[in-house]
Design a protein around this ligand. Structure first.
Ligand SMILES: *Cc1c(COP(=O)(O)O)cnc(C)c1O
Length: 406
């Protein structure tokens, strides 16, 4: 992979017409280590966030030993990057053939569930493989209520009374049991974990069975941009969220249990930026060579403002406007699909024009993992970049990234 000090250097050297992902292994390593140091338990990276071999290998070198996986494709990706890694199969609804593959081929011994039919499925295969249920830990996934940009408890999780029943059922069969929840991605309310822990506490007391662990899932927010016209939403930084979580774990007396977290976004978001090209400017609209069917679907919900930096093409000698004047531009994606328009604008100098590049920052999470081949577009070019996105100068049109909260 070619390496450049900054994305601007890469853009001006390569003059790319296709989107280019800028990978920052040092940032990934630092963010993984920061999380591991702050969380009082095991860190299991959620592979779905970004399962590229370069990411899994870098995390492996950074000291991540445990991975949260959900499919045969993810089992294989982790095994290829780190043959002795531990995998937690935390998808509550699994195909029988995948459960068998996990137990038999990959030696996975931790799974989650939220329904008695899943217990029956797992037990059938455990018996068929002649495994001791006591060698397997089943985490009962608890429903949570909270506020996250991506609310997942609507889809998975047992209500508290049901979770009590499931814990007792699994314990009676002879499985080790644990409790887990996943509050959704990019939490927007710092009390989210507190509420989930209160519910987990209630379930633990009612179930009255020995617990082998508590898994607090993911959801830890990454840093994005914001609309410069509006007041910045107050959200505590990672250090404060972690400090509160640690205090809540102690208060609810979960701190004597083995703890696990499954962060994805907060570890990998800053590790990539994306260079896109303006294929056409039409008034206040920019048509770019990426979009919601490739790297930018995560921003489509309208909950995230991606930070953007202007990389003007030096070959363009005539420009209109004042480069210090930052304006909102509507961004249209590469495909012919009329829904392929970003729901939030990019904030850029009003001089931006056809042929210029834009570096979109903090795009490592839920971007390349969600690429499709729709309409024949499939961005797949990578360079390495050594300077963090947020270390760049604001003067270039670094328009919408919030200042670091901590
Ligand atoms: C997606 C997912 C995660 C990772 O969530 P982030 O918000 O990216 O940290 C963790 N656990 C489970 C079960 C998930 O589905």
């Amino acid at each position: 992979m070619q390496s450049f000090p900054t994305a601007k250097d890469a853009a001006l050297t390569l003059r790319p017409d296709v989107p280019v992902y800028c990978f920052r292994p040092d940032v990934l390593t630092a963010d993984a280590k920061r999380f591991m140091a702050a969380f009082p338990g095991d860190t299991a990276y959620a592979v779905k966030t970004n399962g590229e071999p370069m990411v899994l290998e870098t995390l492996s070198k950074a000291g991540i030993r445990i991975f949260d996986v959900a499919s045969p494709g993810e089992f294989a990706a982790v095994a290829a990057a780190q043959p002795d890694a531990e995998m937690l199969y935390m998808h509550p609804v699994k195909a029988q053939s995948d459960i068998r593959l996990a137990l038999e081929t990959y030696g996975i011994r931790v799974m989650s569930l939220d329904h008695e039919d899943e217990v029956a499925k797992i037990l059938r295969i455990v018996r068929a493989l002649d495994l001791d249920p006591g060698s397997i830990t089943l985490f009962v996934r608890l429903q949570t209520k909270g506020s996250a940009a991506y609310e997942l408890s609507k889809k998975f999780g047992a209500a508290p009374a049901h979770a009590v029943e499931l814990l007792q059922r699994c314990h009676k069969i002879g499985f080790k049991v644990g409790l887990c929840f996943h509050v959704g991605s990019q939490i927007e309310d710092p009390e989210t974990y507190e509420r989930a822990l209160a519910s987990a506490d209630w379930v633990r007391n009612r179930a009255d069975v020995p617990l082998a662990g508590l898994d607090v899932g993911g959801g830890f927010p990454a840093e994005y941009g914001h609309d410069p016209r509006r007041k910045k939403r107050e959200m505590p930084g990672q250090d404060e969220i972690m400090a509160r979580l640690r205090a809540d774990l102690v208060e609810r007396a979960f701190d004597d249990l083995p703890l696990v977290a499954e962060p994805g976004r907060v570890i990998v978001a800053r590790a990539f930026s994306l260079i896109v090209r303006v294929l056409l400017r039409k008034g206040k609209r920019l048509y770019i060579n990426d979009g919601i069917w490739a790297s930018l679907s995560d921003s489509w919900t309208g909950k995230i403002t991606l930070p953007a930096r202007f990389i003007p093409d030096p070959a363009r000698t005539r420009r209109n406007g004042d480069p210090k004047n930052i304006q909102a531009f509507k961004v249209c994606g590469a495909t012919c699909d009329s829904v392929d328009i970003l729901s939030r604008p990019f904030w850029l100098p009003e001089t931006v024009d056809t042929g210029d590049w834009i570096e979109i920052g903090h795009i490592g999470a839920y971007s390349l993992s969600l690429r499709t081949r729709f309409n024949g577009f499939y961005p797949d070019s990578f360079v390495e970049v050594t300077t963090p996105f947020d270390a760049g100068a604001a003067a270039e049109g670094y328009a919408s990234l919030e200042t670091m909260a901590d």
